[in-house]
Design a protein around this ligand. Structure first.
Ligand SMILES: [Zn+2]
Ligand SMILES: [Zn+2]
Length: 331
């Protein structure tokens, strides 16, 4: 099979012919139909996340067709051949640590992640733990479904951390934001979009997706916000967002990596404002979000790249050259 392989951080992925992977007990072998590109892939390739398994096939938003499943001893198969399933970032958890037992498997001490410690979907075939795969709802084409698996899921978890906030600021209007804004609007919330200063294309995109106001990130919104969600990996957005939220409001950081947060006066945090991060996802997030997405219905804006152009897709993401989500498709 063909795969795009990372041999060392800060180097381009290499297109290689590899032997087909073999599923072990409890695993499925998938033919990859689409794999969306996440900013986390860029952080892995750019060496901003520690200790990826090398060599590595990146990609953790896989829509695949089940070719074969090897059930775990004493268990029945979860999927029949031909079923379309999604493979997210959370690839394996221990089930035994304090976090797993408390229903917070996203924080598992021994968790392994797809496209980081487990080979991912920048390939024609992939193997995944069947317990961590989700059936893809009917009616979602492969290309539209792929970005739901991380941009959608992490966006959903980030939105949940904002509680019942009505006026929500979203900083960084990329793949996650363009999905979460649809869910938020479906729930009757009001969205204020913040984009990189001067990026009029992103500002227009935020408005077209249903933000009722969109401006540049240092700007003050026309009204105080109840919560802010930060998807851009820029630490200076944290004090900017704190400045925009009301007393008791929360700023939720949805990314896995962020540049350092500059120091800021305590008065910005005063008034019981909060700052928190969102780490990974639980399987429950996935089940809830994939049940909700068809009801909204969530629409995804995608830019398609052939698998072998993964480096171009990553570069375009790095430079903000497309709106919505990039999706790789094996030819
Ligand atoms: Zn655990
Ligand atoms: Zn991701």
């Amino acid at each position: 099979m063909r795969a795009l392989v990372l041999h060392a951080p800060k180097s381009p992925l290499v297109l290689e012919e590899r032997p087909a992977p073999r599923p072990g007990p409890g695993e499925v072998l998938l033919r990859v139909r689409a794999c969306a590109v996440c900013r986390t892939d860029l952080h892995v390739v750019d060496g901003e996340l520690p200790d990826p398994r090398l060599p590595l096939v990146p990609g953790h938003q896989i829509v695949g067709e089940v070719l074969e499943e090897v059930p775990a001893p004493g268990e029945r198969p979860r999927f029949s051949p031909g079923t379309r399933v999604g493979v997210p970032w959370l690839g394996w958890t221990c089930g035994a640590c304090a976090h797993c037992r408390a229903g917070r498997e996203n924080l598992c001490d021994r968790a392994r992640f797809t496209g980081y410690q487990i080979d991912g979907g920048y390939a024609e075939l992939a193997v995944a733990d069947a317990r961590f795969c989700f059936p893809i709802p009917d009616g979602f084409p492969d290309l539209s479904a792929a970005p739901l698996l991380c941009a959608g899921l992490i966006g959903y978890r980030t939105l949940r951390m904002a509680g019942d906030a009505e006026r929500i600021g979203i900083y960084g209007f990329g793949a996650a934001a363009h999905l979460v804004v649809q869910v938020a609007r479906f729930e009757g919330r009001r969205i204020y979009g913040f984009v990189r200063p001067g990026d009029d294309v992103a500002r227009a995109f935020a408005l077209s997706m249903g933000a009722e106001w969109a401006g540049f990130s240092p700007d003050a919104p026309p009204e105080e916000l109840d919560a802010a969600l930060i998807f851009a990996p820029a630490g200076e957005l944290v004090p900017a967002a704190l400045r925009a939220v009301r007393k008791g409001g929360v700023v939720v950081c949805g990314g896995i990596h962020m540049s350092d947060i500059p120091s800021f006066p305590y008065s910005l945090l005063w008034g019981e404002r909060g700052v928190r991060s969102v780490a990974n996802l639980t399987r429950r997030d996935g089940e809830e979000f994939l049940a909700l997405a068809p009801r909204v219905p969530v629409r995804t804006e995608v830019t398609v790249y052939p698998l072998e152009e993964a480096n171009t897709a990553l570069d375009d993401l790095r430079n903000g050259r497309f709106s919505g989500a990039a999706v790789l498709v094996p030819s």
